[in-house]
Design a protein around this ligand. Sequence first.
Ligand SMILES: [Zn+2]
Length: 199
Amino acid sequence: MDAIDRLAQLFEKFPGIGPRQAQRFVQYLLRSSPAIRRELADNLRELGAAVHQCPSCLRFASGERGECSICAASHRDSSLLAIVASDADLLALERSHTFSGRYFVLGGLISLASDKTNGLRIKELLASISKRLQTGLKEVILAFPANPEGDATAVRIRDELETSVTELKITKLGRGLSTGSELEYADPDTLKSALESRR
Ligand SMILES: [Zn+2]
């Protein structure tokens, strides 16, 4: 297999990318200047070296080790914690400028096919919450997409929280998010209304 095919195969592993799009990416790179290819290669290498997982919200962030910029920001409201499925959902909420609390990234959703919680950071979440209770946490918002996996995950997390933590208000995103909505692609107004109508 030559370099062109190998690269196309790598692009095919990206979410939502099929063989034809993968080929188009490769063709684009072949036509691009060496400077662009070098920049891409350098950035990919840096991803491994400079990116780390924030110890508080568990999202991936670049820059200094330690807490990410959101967790380190002192002006944010520590009484509110949004539990999101992915880094992309966290960023969607940030872009909507409607949430000023803290985050925890669960690392996925429960798959209905297997009902497994493999890879979900439930233990880490519980540990994080008991720590956050000491710094004023009052409410946890289950900010999952409005689809069956999101609902199943919300039920499971609510169960976990209710059995281990008593003095905590648990809400989930309300109306605004239509059924099937991915947080990642929801517009800021929709997210705002979903947050405001949480219950
Ligand atoms: Zn963080």
